[in-house]
Design a protein around this ligand. Structure first.
Ligand code: GDP
Length: 472
């Protein structure tokens, strides 16, 4: 079809040139196709498959500067387990639901917006890094600001460090909330001290990180925390054009017995209306109804608004981009392209897959300027030793950076961080947890286990020079 040559002519030509007897449905490899096209004086080119997705997701609407208006910040809450993420989210929500709204049932749709003295703030309701790491799949960042919750009676713990590194890798602004200050054992100064090690230095100590002492129980300090979020948002100059076709990201989705596929979408640009045709990954449809976080039916949703939408053909995946289209026909065509292409393939192609084996080639090609490494070990001493030795390998072409280091087994969070920041994982005398192993295989994250530090250093050094022995 592309050559505008009848299939029979091509089949004949192939037969003559010794290509054997083929029929209309036979598949040709690229070389053969190229050869036969040449016979007809045509040149064929390999289609860049990744472009298919870029093409589909391409935003062809220019963001008109004059139409950009301020939008509320989107905030996620991160931190170690039991440090009070859920309590803080609940407290903020319950204190900011006005009586008028309280009549409605508070809906947990994956995010909610609160009204403060300084404007609106949208919170992602799922604590933890899943909230935003998985959403970076398509480079679509969902979060503007991360609130790092650290319990004042417990201090910096392993997941605190994980959260810091996730936020840093995503280049998200961090605000520290020192929680549980109502407790007798609270020690705010200690938390501040411990965080300096991770380059989170309070302003009164000469740094630039905002620290807010709070209590999710008594509510103390929460108004100040919200003020700081608004202030940070102001500095970030968050803007969007509400006057265009909507684009957003799926926060959650499920099949509801009565209502069919239901997806919570965070609108990021433009305004989504009831009746709009939308394409969301492999799903498509027309927005039949929209329900906000207060359980109210609404007709339109602007930037930074989370809404539950009904009317999709199927349940989309979280992290998928939601796009308003000109017509239902167009929306269906986009979804069909997605389905035809295959989700697995798409994920593996949109994900970066740095591997030590092809590091040298990538350095030579100029596509890698930083080698990001995550180090996990059985003891803290090893983490430090490896970090120092590895970073010393940096040269003019590539900077070696240990973006996260910690004690303990390689977990799913490590793999998510590696996947999001194109890093490789090195483990010393530790093993991956089964779930982490599966995730690494799925995301094609290069994970290497060693018993001896020297061997790891040697491997990285060789890989940088293109002299790594192939793995058998
Ligand atoms: P998450 O795992 O980080 O979501 O932590 P949770 O919100 O589930 O809180 C863990 C525990 O700490 C619960 O028992 C909470 O009641 C308690 N907690 C949370 N915030 C505070 C606080 O500000 N003060 C006190 N005293 N306890 C708190």
């Amino acid at each position: 079809d592309a050559l505008s040559i009848p299939a029979n002519d091509i089949i004949k030509k192939l037969l003559i040139s010794g290509g054997g007897m083929l029929n209309l449905n036979s598949e040709l490899d690229f070389e053969k196709a190229e050869e036969i096209a040449l016979e007809f004086d045509r040149l064929v080119e390999m289609e860049q498959q990744v472009d298919v997705i870029e093409e589909i997701l391409k935003d062809d609407e220019e963001d008109d500067e004059s139409k950009m208006v301020e939008r509320p910040p989107v905030v996620c809450v991160m931190g170690h387990v039991d440090h009070g993420k859920t309590s803080l989210l609940d407290k903020i929500r319950s204190t900011h639901v006005t009586t008028g709204e309280a009549g409605g049932i508070t809906q947990h749709i994956g995010a909610y917006t609160v009204e403060t003295a300084n404007g609106k703030i949208t919170f992602l309701d799922t604590p933890g890094h899943e909230a935003f790491t998985s959403m970076r799949m398509r480079g679509a960042q969902s979060t503007d600001i991360a609130i790092l919750v650290v319990a004042a009676d417990d201090g910096v713990m392993p997941q605190t460090v994980e959260a810091i590194n996730h936020a840093k890798a995503a280049e998200v602004e961090i605000i520290v909330a020192i929680n549980k200050i109502d407790k007798e054992s609270a020690n705010i100064e200690r938390v501040k001290q411990e965080l300096t090690e991770y380059e989170l230095i309070p302003e009164d100590w000469g740094g630039s990180t905002i620290f807010c002492p709070v209590s999710a129980h008594t509510g103390e300090g929460i108004p100040e925390l919200l003020d700081m979020v608004s202030l940070t948002a102001e500095v970030l100059e968050l803007k969007a054009n509400p006057d265009r076709k909507a684009r957003g990201i799926v926060l959650e989705a499920q099949l509801d017995k009565g209502r069919g596929p239901v997806a919570t979408v965070l609108v990021q640009k433009g305004t989504l209306h009831v009746g709009d045709a939308i394409a969301v990954g492999n799903a498509h449809g027309k927005v039949r109804a929209m329900i906000n976080d207060k359980g109210k039916r609404i007709k339109s949703a602007g930037p930074s608004t989370p809404v539950e939408i009904l009317g999709l053909s199927e349940v989309p995946y979280a992290g998928e981009v939601c796009m308003a289209m000109d017509s239902e026909k167009e929306a269906r065509a986009v979804a069909e392209k997605f389905i035809a292409y295959g989700r697995e393939k798409m994920l593996s192609e949109t994900k970066s897959q740095l591997s030590l084996d092809d590091l040298f080639d990538q350095i030579q090609a100029g596509s890698v300027k930083e080698l990001n490494i995550i180090v996990k070990a059985d003891v803290q001493g090893s983490v430090e030793a490896v970090k120092q030795s590895l970073e010393k390998l940096s040269n003019d072409e590539v900077a070696v950076k240990v973006i996260h280091g910690g004690v303990g087994a390689i977990n799913e969070s490590d793999v998510m961080l590696a996947s999001a920041s194109n890093a490789i994982i090195i483990g010393f005398n530790v093993r991956p947890e089964p779930a982490a192993k599966d995730a690494a295989a799925a995301d094609k994250v290069d994970m290497r286990l060693y018993r001896v530090i020297y061997n790891a250093i040697e491997d990285i050094e060789s890989a940088m020079k293109g002299m790594l022995d192939p793995e058998f």
